[in-house]
Design a binder for this molecule. Structure first.
Ligand SMILES: CC(C)(COP(=O)(O)OP(=O)(O)OC[C@H]1O[C@@H](n2cnc3c(N)ncnc32)[C@H](O)[C@@H]1OP(=O)(O)O)[C@@H](O)C(=O)NCCC(=O)NCCS
Length: 187
């Protein structure tokens, strides 16, 4: 199978690649699934939002200060696009990055998201040489919390009414992992 987009890491089961035009349909489909969107701020997501989002990602470069870069998560065996993980490089302190992740509902519960996030850590800490990765999650998002702890992130903050989404203030946890902690975890 030949892939023309840049690849940012791979395991036996999946790889991370740059978004491509063919991802628009499946991306739109899982973003508008209420189960997937339950704790997300996407609101009334339209097909055109997906088109412009994916097209922007096709040209983006990871690690640029002040930008979000989205990696497509793809299964090795079938070449199926199953979700994405995101990398937000902070504008004021680009040695610190924030991550996010989403899987299509039918692909959850198989360990794919954890595997993808670990690939993302490899890329961020070993290729981009970043100092710290942070992530925020709604305190009610149990699947996300389990994933963050499974990949070795520490709960570093409990932020009350930290963000306004779908008509209400949301409490969040902040999770973190340092480059030194990731290197130790891999030993
Ligand atoms: C957050 C999210 C990505 C987690 O997905 P997930 O598939 O549960 O996460 P993982 O890849 O870590 O999978 C772990 C689960 O797969 C199971 N599993 C099955 N086969 C496995 C395998 N071969 N290897 C590892 N885990 C496996 C694990 O037991 C675990 O189940 P559990 O959570 O019920 O204990 C997913 O719920 C999602 O997309 N949510 C919507 C978007 C969202 O809210 N994102 C978070 C924003 S902060």
């Amino acid at each position: 199978m030949s892939i023309s987009e840049p690849i940012y890491g791979s395991t036996e089961r999946l790889f991370l690649r740059q978004f491509s035009e063919q991802d628009i349909e499946p991306f739109y489909s899982y973003r508008t699934n209420p189960v997937v969107a339950k704790f997300q701020p996407w609101g009334n997501y339209q097909y055109n939002d997906a088109v412009s989002f994916v097209r922007q990602q096709i040209t983006n470069v990871p690690g640029q200060p002040g930008t979000w870069f989205q990696f497509a998560i793809v299964l090795v065996e079938t070449n199926q696009f199953i979700g994405d993980c995101a990398l937000h490089t902070l504008l004021d302190e680009p040695r610190i990055v924030e991550i996010g992740f989403t899987l299509a509902e039918e692909q959850q519960g198989k360990g794919y998201a954890s595997e993808a996030v670990k690939l993302l850590f490899n890329f961020v800490f070993e290729q981009l040489n970043k100092h710290k990765v942070i992530a925020f999650t709604d305190v009610r998002n149990e699947g996300s919390i389990r994933l963050l702890e499974r990949v070795g992130m520490r709960r570093e903050g409990h932020l009350l009414e930290n963000y306004y989404s779908n008509g209400q203030w949301v409490n969040e946890y902040q999770y973190s992992i340092l480059q030194s902690e990731w290197i130790n975890l891999k030993k």
